[in-house]
Design a protein around this ligand. Structure first.
Ligand SMILES: [Zn+2]
Length: 99
């Protein structure tokens, strides 16, 4: 059951609404030893299942990644594809800020 609306998970649209309203930013950084990671920031963990979102992004982008401290860290450079992947999951294109 959903803790927000009290409906069974299959009827609940809270996650969908939360996704549409979520303003997120994406950027890539170079880590030590030249490793590039793509960071997704701004996801509200209280409203959205960050672990589930990470899992979906990893499978869509075919990469490794972790969720920690409200951020998703994906291995590799995904700025070209990540917006499309986020929109497919249900985020609004105008709310995604790719830096
Ligand atoms: Zn709900």
């Amino acid at each position: 059951m959903c803790p927000v609306c009290g409906l069974p998970k299959e009827l609940c649209v809270c996650q969908e609404i939360a996704r549409e309203q979520q303003r997120i930013s994406v950027y890539s950084i170079k880590r030590r030893f030249g490793k590039v990671v793509t960071i997704v920031e701004g996801v509200d963990e209280k409203q959205l299942d960050l672990k589930d979102l990470t899992k979906r992004l990893k499978s869509k982008l075919a990469c490794g990644g972790t969720a920690k401290g409200g951020r998703i860290e994906l291995q590799g450079y995904h700025k070209a594809r990540i917006k499309e992947a986020l929109v497919e999951i249900g985020f609004s294109p105008e709310m995604i800020d790719v830096k």
